[in-house]
Design a protein around this ligand. Structure first.
Ligand code: 13P
Length: 250
C-alpha cells in the first residue's frame, strides 16, 4: 500500500498557551521516530506557539477551521492566508461539531476546502453519519452526499494534499469506538465514492482516509491494521503526550 499513515490530534477547545508549551515540549521527543505523519490541530490562539516549538521537528501544525473568503466583514473568522503566514500546514474542515453546533453545511465545507487548497493549506475534510442516520440505514447515502459535496470543483491534482476523516458522530467523545470492521467497511464506501468522483487508482493510491471517534492508545493498532484505514483523527487522547504518542506508534 502506498498510502502513508497520518495521525492527527484535534485538540478542540482545549489548552492555553502555557499548556500548549507543556504538551508540545513533552510530545516532541516521544514522537520523533514516528513512521507516520504526525499533526497537531490546535485552537487559533495556540497556533503560533505550536509552530514555533515544532520547527525542525517531524510534528506538523494544523488549525481547526478556516473561512472561505480572503478577508472582509466576517467577525470571528480566520482566513487561509492568515494561517499560512503563521506557518500552519493543515486545517480541519467540516468537523461534526462545526456541522452540529455552528451551522456548517456541505456547501460551506466545500467553500472552506477550496479556499484552504488555494492558499496552500492541506485540508482534513470530516464526514460521518449520526446514530439516527446509521440506524435508519442511511450511512451510504449520507457519506456519498457529504463526500460528493465536499469535493465539488476540486481538481484531481489536489488529492495528494487532502485527507478525509471518517468520524461517525456517535463515536465522538463517547468512548464508543466503531469496531475495526465497521470503520473499515464504512471507509470503503468513501473510497468507492472517491473512485467514482475521480478515478479508481486515485482513490486507491492518493486518498488518505482517517478514522476518528474514541480512538486511543488501546484500540489504535487494531484500527490501523485495517486495509482501508490510513490514520486517525484523535480528540481526547491527543491531550496527553504519552497517550497521543502511543497512538502515533500504533
Ligand atoms: P474523540 O477522540 O475525543 O472521540 O474525538 C474524536 C474527534 O472528534 C476528533 O476530531
Amino acid at each position: 500500500m502506498s498510502r502513508k499513515a497520518i495521525i492527527a490530534g484535534n485538540w478542540k477547545m482545549n489548552n492555553t498557551i502555557a499548556q500548549t508549551k507543556e504538551l508540545v515540549t513533552a510530545l516532541i521527543p516521544l514522537v520523533k521516530d514516528a513512521e507516520c505523519d504526525v499533526v497537531i490541530c490546535t485552537p487559533y490562539t495556540d497556533l503560533a506557539t505550536a509552530v514555533e516549538l515544532t520547527r525542525g521537528t517531524n510534528i506538523k501544525v494544523g488549525a481547526e477551521n478556516v473561512h472561505w473568503a480572503e478577508k472582509g466583514a466576517f467577525t470571528g473568522e480566520i482566513s487561509a492566508n492568515m494561517l499560512v503566514e503563521l506557518g500552519v500546514e493543515y486545517v480541519i474542515i467540516g468537523h461534526s461539531e462545526r456541522r452540529q453546533y455552528f451551522g456548517e453545511t456541505d456547501q460551506t465545507v466545500n467553500m472552506r476546502a477550496k479556499a484552504a487548497l488555494a492558499a496552500g493549506l492541506k485540508p482534513i475534510i470530516c464526514v460521518g453519519e449520526t446514530l439516527e442516520e446509521r440506524e435508519a440505514g442511511k450511512v451510504e447515502e449520507v457519506l456519498v452526499r457529504q463526500t460528493t459535496a465536499a469535493f465539488e470543483g476540486i481538481e484531481k491534482e489536489a488529492l495528494d494534499n487532502i485527507v478525509i476523516a471518517y468520524e461517525p458522530v456517535w463515536a465522538i467523545g463517547t468512548g464508543r469506538t466503531a469496531t475495526a470492521e465497521v470503520a473499515n467497511d464504512t471507509i470503503k464506501i468513501i473510497r468507492d465514492t472517491m473512485a467514482k468522483l475521480y478515478c479508481p487508482k486515485c482513490a486507491e493510491n492518493r486518498v488518505r482516509i482517517q478514522y476518528g471517534g474514541s480512538m486511543n492508545a488501546k484500540n489504535a493498532s487494531e484500527l490501523m491494521a485495517m486495509e482501508q484505514i490510513d490514520g486517525g483523527l484523535i480528540g481526547g487522547a491527543s491531550l496527553k503526550a504519552e497517550d497521543f504518542s502511543k497512538v502515533v506508534h500504533f
